[in-house]
Design a protein around this ligand. Structure first.
Ligand code: NDP
Length: 419
């Protein structure tokens, strides 16, 4: 009898919860808890009668460890699925340790307030030492490794698509396709069109922070940082067609550089249309992407949070988004002394996702792997006390579930390479 506590009830969590409800023999009970309880109640009302999973709801401020501990102790779940925001990763991990429960999430920690002095000092030291300036890195969550090990608990970090499935692809390539992997290019293409001049496909604050930051990649044992959007390539994506893509910093590069032994270069590219980039640049230039509070008519407001209130809710894009996503990894390396290449990828159709779970493909491609990661832990297939990223586990059962649960993958053994 497995019970999970899902924290968060936004675009990604809604898909993960619906997919859990399609697998009710594993997810027998779900408690959905979030800051705004009415969203949890609305989803519960939609799902009841369509699933054997028993659903309850609760209100929680996941920034508050005491509230989380009280909730976890009353629900008594086998696993906490953190699908709120990266800001809550550490408080939820703290609460899981106090209550003795396994943990998982879909994105690594970053602080909401980047001006907090202790965090800032640590951040500036890390920028100098490591050579990349993203606000997130794995060190904060990996610092919990020993505590989770000692408690006999597993924390699975980043089980979405990227991070998440992309790392399972890497583990699969390492296990089955290559003796040595030399280069990895992770390509994230969204060929969808929602018809708005500007909207983000997942939480606008997290999304805009990510894409407006300097890009970086891993090469020959160190990070190379570049100005935002300064490396552009064109790629012809299966199922989508020709798209412009830009090199970004992305969190899984950091763990893959450690876990894929001997890899020489890892890069991450994401596609953007010109209209998106022009809007983003303009918003950035006028200060609307600011993350620090400003004084406005006697109130303090954070510009990017105000912008979020103006933009379409990503969860509302589902009915209007048409087209496909194509996300995958291109590998070069050797097998049995011969050079080889492989491209493992998934194509996902926005409208098909909407028909199945009332969501566009970005939330779908993240929410499905969140459910699969949880399933791996609940079934005991991925239990390994400590704090771990996806590529550290056996990819085979996860890859099987991707095929079964709506994200089938394919391999092109002779892909066009990115120069
Ligand atoms: P949304 O903004 O749609 O949802 C976030 C949810 O978290 C909301 O329900 C929100 O509540 C809740 N929440 C926020 N703060 C708190 C808090 N303090 N206490 C309790 N609940 C809180 O985000 P998404 O669904 O788009 O993204 C969810 C996560 O998935 C993020 O961490 C994001 O970075 C990650 N992600 C990962 C991807 C991957 O491929 N790995 C891709 C896309 C996203 P409220 O309704 O009150 O706002």
């Amino acid at each position: 009898m497995s019970k999970v506590l899902v924290i968060g009830c936004g675009g990604v969590a809604s898909v993960a919860i619906r997919k859990c409800c399609q697998n009710s023999s594993v997810f027998e009970e779900i408690c959905i808890a979030s800051r705004t309880k009415s969203r949890c109640d609305d989803l519960k009302a939609k799902l009841e009668g369509t699933t054997d999973t028993k659903i309850t709801t609760a209100q929680v401020d996941a920034d508050n460890v005491d509230q989380l501990v009280e909730l976890i102790n009353s629900v008594k779940p086998d696993l906490v699925m953190n699908i709120a925001l990266p800001y809550q990763d550490l408080t939820i991990m703290d609460a899981c340790l106090i209550c003795g429960v396994n943990y998982m999430d879909t994105a690594n920690y970053e602080p909401e307030d980047i001006s907090e002095p202790t965090w800032r000092a640590n951040y500036e030291k890390r920028c100098k030492e490591k050579g990349f300036s993203a606000y997130f890195d794995y060190s904060y969550q990996m610092a919990y490794k020993e505590k989770f090990e000692k408690a006999g608990l597993t924390a699975l970090l980043g089980s979405g698509f990227d991070p998440g499935v992309t790392q399972a692809y890497c583990a699969y390539a390492q296990k089955h396709l290559f003796d040595t992997i030399e280069t990895i290019d992770i390509l994230d293409c969204n060929g969808g069109d929602h018809g708005y001049p500007f909207a983000t496909n997942f939480n606008p604050e997290i999304n805009l922070r990510e894409v407006s930051a300097p890009g970086s990649y891993w090469e020959n044992g160190h990070w190379v940082e570049i100005p935002a959007m300064s490396i552009k390539r064109e790629y012809d994506f299966d199922g989508v067609g020709m798209k412009d893509m830009y090199l970004l910093h992305h969190e899984e590069i950091e763990s893959l550089a450690e876990n894929i032994k001997g890899v020489r270069r890892i890069r991450f590219f994401m596609t953007f249309g010109q209209s998106y980039l022009t809007h983003m640049k303009c918003l950035e230039n006028v200060g609307m992407l600011g993350t620090e509070p400003i004084e406005f008519e006697g109130n303090k407001i954070v510009p990017i949070q105000f912008l979020k209130a103006l933009l379409p809710d990503p969860a509302s894009l589902g009915p209007r988004t048409v087209g496909k996503t194509n996300i995958g990894c291109i590998f070069t390396g050797t097998k049995n002394g011969e050079r080889r290449t492989a491209y493992i990828y998934n194509i996902c159709d926005h409208q098909e996702c909407y028909r199945e779970v009332e969501s566009q493909a970005i939330s779908y491609t993240t929410g499905v792997p969140a459910m699969i990661g949880a399933k791996m832990l609940l079934e005991g297939k991925w239990n390994m006390p400590g704090v771990h990223t996806v590529e550290e586990f056996d990819p085979d059962p996860y890859m099987d579930e991707l095929n079964r649960c709506g994200l089938p993958w394919q391999i092109n053994e002779n892909p066009a390479l990115v120069d």
